[in-house]
Each structure stands twice: as structure tokens, then as C-alpha cells.
Design a protein around this ligand. Sequence first.
Ligand code: NAI
Length: 316
Amino acid sequence: MVRKIRKACVIGSGVMGSGIAAHLANVGIPVLLLDIVPKDLTPEEKEKGLTLQDKAVRNRIAETNKAKLLKQKPAPLTKKENLELIEAGNLEDDLPRIREADWIIEAVVENLEVKRSVFEKVDRYRRPGSIVSSNTSGISVRQMAEGRSEDFKRHFLGTHFFNPPRYLKLLEIIPAEETDPEVTETMKTFAEDVLGKGVVIAKDTPNFIANRIGTYGLLVTVREMVKGGYSVGEVDSVTGPLIGRPKSATFRTLDVVGLDTFVHVANNVYHQVEGEEKEVFKVPDFVLKMLEKGWLGAKSGQGFYLKKGKEIFELD
Ligand code: NAI
């Protein structure tokens, strides 16, 4: 039996969470979009006399990320009214409301322990029978579900969207051993028929399929660039526009993905492979230096490119 998904909850409202929420809203599904409660007030909030107990402050992260959906290009929403289907909230006050959702999608930072702590809360508050999935780029689905209830494990799987979720057709679905085949089937049918996705069922191996290959390709390219003394711009022309792929050049892709996420994803394989393959998945030092400076790519306003697309990275 294939079940209906009428309402969703997305946990983590960053690059992917907000994009997935927008894609669901585009097909008419109401979404509760949750993020963490900020630890500090902004100078503007202080000026207004707000406190950390005020709803506007507590929901600020999800509200801000929701508002960004109207400004992003290419547009995540098919029409701006779809934004009304997305309700922003926070993971402390709104947890009991995840009972309303038929599908709960986790899209928080790529870190097993953080994800596990989110799933522990989800397990306590979700409605039995609701589907729970992770948008992880490559963390083991089985490990994320460890310690959870039987009902949770039966209804849990990986649903790996690609960035930006509205435009990239691929969806990797990753069932774990304990996932009920009917849940996998429901997700596949829903993703194909309602979300317009091309589904690939992947095995629960480090980084699944697309990111195992993709991260490998990106890191080999970066290493060869450094060896050959080429520039970011040169590499991007030959891996992008000159081969007819204007939107998938190497460093532009990294800026869109976010350097922090990229490093987590590469490290995930690095720690699980041996020998020569390990060397390939080692993140180069200059990428780590960029991270230290807070150059995360588009989300921080600076990565390999300035906002206007000017190259800022130069080899020594
Ligand atoms: P992001 O850094 O843009 O957003 C993460 C969000 O999670 C932030 O808004 C943060 O406040 C929130 N968060 C952190 N800890 C939390 C917690 N304990 N509870 C609730 N929210 C919490 O990250 P991004 O890029 O959206 O990645 C999210 C997930 O999607 C990761 O697992 C990543 O590997 C995966 N992914 C990322 C892609 C990309 O291109 N950036 C593509 C496909 C998957």
C-alpha cells in the first residue's frame, strides 16, 4: 500500500532544508520548517528590547532562511505565494508539532552526532507510522538509526536531494536493512510522481553513489590544479562552460555546495577507506585555510568567488 504524504516537516533550514521546503511547497504540500534557537541576540534585536524568550528571536534562524527563498537565484519557488505554505519555527518549542507530519526530513549539519541527537527527539515526538528521512550526503543510514525505536527504524531511510532541490532531478533513496520495503516504495513513488524526481536506490555505503564519485572527481581536479599550477578560473572554464556545462564548473559547484559541507562529505569517506583511496579523499590544506577564515562559499558571501563572480583565490 502506498501512503499519502499531506504534510511535511523539515528540520534544518539552511541551504538544503529551505530548498527542500520550497520544493514541497511548490507541489502544494504544507511544511513546518524548524531550526535551532539562537544562542545570542543580534544588535538589532537588542535595540528593539527583545529577549531570548521572544518568539521572533527563537524562530529567527528558520524565519531568516525562509525569507531568503524569495531572493535566491535560480528561484527555489515556482511562485512567491508558495512561501505561505512554509511555516518557520524552532526545534525546542515546536517539537510536539512534528506529530502533524506524514514525512519528517532532517537536513541539519553533516555530523553523525548532531543528526543522532535530532533523531532522538524526533523519535520521542513523531506519530508512529510517519516516514523519517535524512538528507545526509553520505553518513551511514544504519548508524543514524542506532538506538531508535522499532517503529522509527522501519520508517527511516535516506533521501538525498541535490542542490538546488527544485532544479536537480536526481534523488538518491537509501534504505537501511531495517527499512520497511513498503516505505521505500512509497518514497520512490511520491518522489517520482509528485516531486518530479529521477530516483536511484543506493546502498548504504559511505557517500552512497553520486557523492562517492562526485567528491572523488572534485578532489582529483583540485589536486591536479595545484600540481599543474593552474588557476581557479582556468579549471572552471575547462570543467564548465567550455565543455557545455556552464553551471557545473568545479569551483562554482564548491561555492554553491558550501565548503564546510564539502569538507564533511570528503572526510566521511576519508575516515572509512584505506590505502590509495584515502589519499584521494584528503582535503587539501588551502581549502581548510579558507574554512578557518569563514569562507564557506555562497552562504557566507565569500568562497572561491566574490559575490559578483570575481575570482579571489590565487595560488602562491
Ligand atoms: P547548512 O549549513 O546550510 O544548514 C544546516 C542548518 O542546520 C543550519 O540552518 C543550522 O542552524 C541547522 N542546525 C544545526 N544544528 C542543528 C540542530 N541540532 N537542530 C536543528 N537544526 C540544526 O547545511 P546544508 O548545506 O543545508 O546541509 C544540510 C544537510 O544536507 C547535510 O547533511 C548535507 O550534507 C546535506 N546536503 C548538502 C548539500 C549541499 O549542496 N549543501 C547537497 C545535498 C545534501
